[in-house]
Design a protein around this ligand. Structure first.
Ligand SMILES: [Zn+2]
Length: 288
């Protein structure tokens, strides 16, 4: 019996891809990182332009780190609604203060995404000071992943996969399937990036905005799954299942504009975090 259970566990691990839990699809993350390069001021543009492919291709690396590092998973989300009601004033925005109030286990378990953004902004500033091309492009790509996740509404709530509201499987359907099926229609125009006055407050502002978009996603999913058979509904959370075009087209008609808006804002804000890091570093010349 024990052997059978352990075999099942092994199978479950082998068959579950690392990206199956939370996160924009690979294509959306890559696109967000690439488009962010277009927002940059002249002093940064040349370096980032020359590394655009790398920064785009490595946009999903942090999702892959989850496989080797258990601590990585909660760095991709924050369950804001576990801290009371909007705008969740009971959660101190300062990490140390939050830990003093709730304990490290609680704070880390509910997700640390906004603080990860700050950590990586400072890491990028240090890498820029060091002038190390490898480090700069890797950190810039990873920061892009986290800023992307910050704009993904289902990264802001405990009910991140609709598991509490009969919307099970909505996470991947919205973030990945709906976006991928319509990506040819995406025509972003992110504004020119400027530095951010308070990077932590800004990160929380973005996540609060994301949180407010959770309900419309659940409502659209509830509406769209009404046309499905039970077998189709059961397949929504199965990563091996095929797209259900009629379901995705209802999602897209209700949520498409919002999804594009979030991706566009992600590129803009990623540009802003990159510029902020560069200013923190003292605007060094980036490697030729
Ligand atoms: Zn992620």
């Amino acid at each position: 019996m024990l052997r059978r259970i352990s075999l099942l566990i092994v199978l479950a691990i082998v068959l579950t891809p690392v990206n199956s839990t939370r996160g924009w699809g690979f294509k959306a993350h890559m696109r967000i990182n690439s488009d962010a390069v277009d927002t940059l001021p002249p002093g940064m543009k040349k370096f980032f332009e020359s590394e655009r492919n790398f920064i785009s291709e490595h946009a999903v690396d942090p999702d892959k780190w989850k496989g080797d590092d258990k601590a990585e998973m909660p760095r991709h989300y924050i369950d804001m609604d576990m801290y009371g009601t909007y705008p969740f004033k009971g959660l101190p925005r300062d990490y140390e203060e939050a830990v003093r109030k709730f304990g490290a286990e609680v704070v880390n378990g509910r997700g640390t995404l906004p603080w990860r953004i700050i950590e990586y902004t400072h890491k990028l500033a240090n890498d820029m000071k060091s002038g190390n091309r490898e480090k700069i492009r890797m950190t810039a790509a990873a920061l892009g992943h986290y800023v992307g996740d910050l704009h993904s509404p289902l990264h802001a709530a405990e009910n991140y996969n609709g598991q509490y509201t009969n919307n099970y499987g909505v996470h991947k359907q919205f973030e990945s399937r709906m976006i991928n099926a319509n990506l040819v229609s995406y025509d972003p125009e992110p504004d020119e990036a400027t530095s951010i006055e308070d990077p932590l407050v800004h990160a929380f502002d973005i996540i609060l905005n994301s949180y407010n978009l959770v309900l419309p996603i659940l409502e659209a999913d509830t509406k769209a799954r009404k046309i499905l058979t039970q077998t189709q509904i059961d397949s929504l959370n199965d990563w091996r299942s095929k797209d259900i075009p009629e379901y995705l087209s209802i999602l897209y008609s209700d949520l498409g504009d919002m999804g594009w808006n979030q991706m566009n804002s992600a590129s803009y804000n990623l540009g802003r975090y990159w510029v902020t890091a560069w200013e923190l570093a003292g605007k060094p010349l980036l490697p030729e």
